[in-house]
Design a protein around this ligand. Structure first.
Ligand code: NAP
Length: 245
């Protein structure tokens, strides 16, 4: 199936930023979007706004740290719409810090959300994709995994764990399923709000203000990969502000 219209696309981390932009963009292009995140009010507003423009959207409050929540999101797609074409594993947090600070709880949170959350997405969708004989994983990584800098060791590690998992997945799933990773640079979103170190949060917000690209740019990159014919697997997209070093 080529294109986007008629595809059922589940998105984690759909309540703000890149996930919300992807939901809006893909729904405008005729996809049925199934939205997951923890903030119910945001999901409800987004689903209503998509519906008010003639699009189709459902949502389920989903904490990607809970395997059954992610299974529920995929189940909502298949129960309500009869299939799942794409799972966008996009939920993520970035409570970055120096390793010396020993913010071990933040390390745990990044592994739980950024790595285990994606694995739970794979666990939920892979059997569905196998049964259907088609399906597409789109995993949001980061340029933080390409240029490793101080304070980002664990965040970059979490994204590069998913980079490795995605490549292994691509090789294992064979000719009928697709796997795409998208590595954004600075994007104007709420991500700094997940930063627990206030100085780093302010620095992150300042960098975003100075150069960030809009979340719609990432949504369009996702749409490009999704719209390709089934036989074309866009493996990896890196998309960053021109000004980003
Ligand atoms: N912005 C950037 O510069 C940038 C750069 C590279 C990569 N990324 C990646 O892009 C992805 C999206 O982030 P964003 O920039 O759009 O930031 P954002 O606006 O903060 O969005 C993050 C999304 O993840 C969700 N989320 C966080 N914890 C969750 C959990 N436990 N369960 C379910 N959903 C959870 C949030 O929803 P709730 O709080 O409602 O659950 C929110 O919808 C992340 O993977 C991030 O690492 C961002």
């Amino acid at each position: 199936m080529t294109g986007i219209a008629g595809k059922v696309i589940a998105i984690t981390g759909a309540s703000s930023g890149i996930g919300a932009a992807a939901a809006r963009h893909l729904a405008e292009r005729g996809a049925i979007v199934v939205l997951g995140a923890r903030r119910a009010d945001r999901l409800e507003m987004l689903a209503a706004s998509i519906a008010s423009k003639g699009g189709k959207a459902s949502y389920l409050v989903t904490d990607v740290r809970q395997r059954e929540d992610v299974a529920g999101l995929v189940g909502l797609a298949t129960d309500r719409y009869g299939k799942l074409d794409v799972l966008i594993n996009n939920a993520g947090i970035a409570p970055i810090s120096l390793l010396d600070d020993l913010r071990v709880d933040d390390w745990d949170d990044m592994i739980d959300v950024n790595v285990k959350g994606v694995l739970y997405g794979i666990a939920a969708a892979l059997p569905v994709f196998r049964r259907q004989g088609f399906g597409h994983f789109v995993n949001t990584l980061s340029t933080a995994g390409l240029k490793i800098v101080p304070t980002m060791a664990v965040y970059a590690g979490s994204k590069n764990a998913v980079r490795a998992i995605s490549e292994g997945l691509r090789q294992e799933v064979g000719p009928s399923l697709r796997v795409t990773t998208i590595s954004p640079g600075y994007v104007d979103t709420e991500l700094p709000s997940s930063m627990t170190d206030s100085a780093l949060r302010e620095q992150g917000q300042a960098s975003m203000k100075a150069m960030a690209i809009p979340a719609s740019a990432i949504a369009e990159a996702m749409a490009f990969a999704i719209a390709q014919p089934d036989s074309v697997d866009v493996g990896e997209i890196v998309i960053r502000p021109t000004a980003q070093a």
